[in-house]
Ligand binder design. Structure first.
Ligand code: MV4
Length: 446
């Protein structure tokens, strides 16, 4: 087992990883920017190293500074957390080349899944259902029109280097496709320095269902069920729940087992998530995330398994030690992502926390690095707390969530707490009847 882990991240996820380490008897090293000198992750870690100024590019994304911090503190391993360096294959490779363990998949797996065209081809060859479309990159407009004629309109043009919706364009006709194709390539080049695009049939009202996976270095892999992440706005998830209210037992078992088998065939190690679109009873793979995800918490609540602990354990080379049938599912969990932002305009709202009270009680978990008097810096992601609630049934979970949202006080700044109170009072959230466009339609008053 590792003796000391460097946590190359900040905020609630740095704290989450610190907690898992402490419970495993592992010492922690926090790294931080000058803007985060007073952050909770710095206070709780055994050691802390300042790695640069406020700008993430010069601190949390500064590879030499992170590797130097690991060297001077004598860390065995580096946990990249979420965002920042977590899906950077070059970083993973450099960590290993410097003699540390990267707590995550191999650089090769990160690379494969980072290129969405390669990812799709790889899983298709292993038997996963994908959205019909181009078999590879679409190099010319003529090819784009030919693909669209074959799959049928509407089509969606996506960036190979993408994910998160950047460079994505819908076309409903050949005329629209001419314009959308050039726009998508231009946006992709601007956003990723890579203008390779591919095409898919556009699904108009899917749900976003993702499967939590874990593999070890010995070819074993299991799934921890699905999460429904359809409640989103501008590609930012807002509320997630597990299990999905849209799946029946047969669909759930089908996609979970298929994703776990594929993970094992990939020889994938570490935690990972396969994302699917689900429409009219069918699943279509779209992407695989090769990191821990923000919403891993709801999976932990329904399985009782500490996913960060498992992630660290498999990174040491330990075998899973259990099989699929050992994983049991209990009840229902919902996560609300609380951001430092205005609940209607969504403008960021950094500043000093004046009055903080987190809810508690049975089945209520708050993952947050906030404290009263803390100053939320303006430089980073606006996620400040995750309210995660568990109940025996979906209804109990929702009633408990409503109660917890009533108790939660975050003073001094604007937060998305009022938005969450509104969402969970909506009839179509309560009856589980929502797709990926539902929240945007609700906000637009449609
Ligand atoms: C799609 C789609 C409809 N049809 N692919 C958005 C980001 C990227 N991860 C994939 N995305 C989508 N791919 C086809 N063929 C609709 C989306 C999409 C979406 C997907 C998941 C969660 C939220 C979304 C919001 C808008 C569009």
């Amino acid at each position: 087992m590792f003796e000391k882990v460097l946590i190359a991240n900040r905020g609630e996820i740095a704290l989450r990883i610190h907690r898992a380490c402490r419970e495993m008897g592992i010492q922690t090293v926090a790294v931080h920017s000058t803007a985060d000198a007073d952050a909770m992750h710095v206070r709780l870690a055994d050691e802390a190293v300042c790695i640069g100024p406020a700008s993430a590019r010069e601190s949390y994304l500064n590879i030499p500074a992170i590797l130097t911090a690991a060297t001077i503190t004598g860390a065995d391993a580096i946990h990249p957390g979420i965002g920042f360096m977590s899906e950077n294959a070059q970083f993973a490779q450099m960590v290993e080349e410097h003699g540390f363990t990267f707590i995550g998949p191999t650089p090769e797996h990160i690379r494969i899944m980072g290129d969405k065209v390669t990812a799709k081809k790889t899983v298709l060859d292993l038997g996963l259902p994908v959205v019909p479309g181009s078999p590879g990159p679409v190099e010319t407009l003529e090819e784009a029109i030919a693909v669209a004629e074959h799959t049928g309109y509407p089509v969606l043009i996506k960036a190979a280097a993408g994910g998160g919706g950047k460079g994505m364009k819908v076309a409903w006709s050949a005329d629209q496709l001419r314009e959308a194709y050039q726009l998508a390539r231009g946006e992709s080049r601007a956003a990723f320095g890579n203008d390779q695009v591919y095409m898919e049939r556009y699904l108009s009202k899917p749900r976003h269902i993702e499967i939590q996976l874990l593999g070890d270095m010995h070819g074993n892999a299991v799934h921890f069920g699905e999460r429904d992440c359809s409640v989103q706005r501008r590609h930012q998830k807002v509320v997630e729940e597990a299990p999905s209210p849209a799946l029946n037992a047969e669909q759930r078992e089908f996609i979970g087992n298929l994703a776990a088998r594929t993970t094992s065939e990939l020889g994938y190690r570490g935690v990972g998530t396969m994302e699917f679109l689900f429409e009219d009873g069918e699943f279509f793979f779209i992407e695989m995330n090769t990191r821990l995800q923000v919403e891993h918490t709801i999976t932990e609540m329904i399985t009782g398994i500490d996913l960060v602990r498992e992630q660290i354990r498999v990174a040491t080379g330990a075998p899973l030690g259990y099989g699929q049938s050992d994983i049991r599912f209990h009840g229902h969990a919902i996560e609300c992502r609380v951001n430092a932002e205005h609940p209607e305009t969504f403008l960021p709202s950094p500043g000093k926390i004046d009055g903080y009270h987190a809810p508690g009680g049975l089945g209520v978990r708050v993952d947050s690095a906030l404290y009263d008097g803390y100053r939320v810096p303006p430089y980073y992601d606006s996620l400040i707390a995750k309210l995660v609630v568990h109940g025996t049934t979906r209804n109990e979970c929702m009633m408990r969530l409503r109660r917890a949202l009533e108790e939660f006080v975050i003073g001094g700044i604007d937060t998305s707490l009022p938005l969450h109170r509104r969402i969970i009072a909506e009839p179509n959230f309560i009856n589980g009847n929502y797709d990926i466009h539902w929240l945007e339609h609700l906000m637009a008053g449609k």
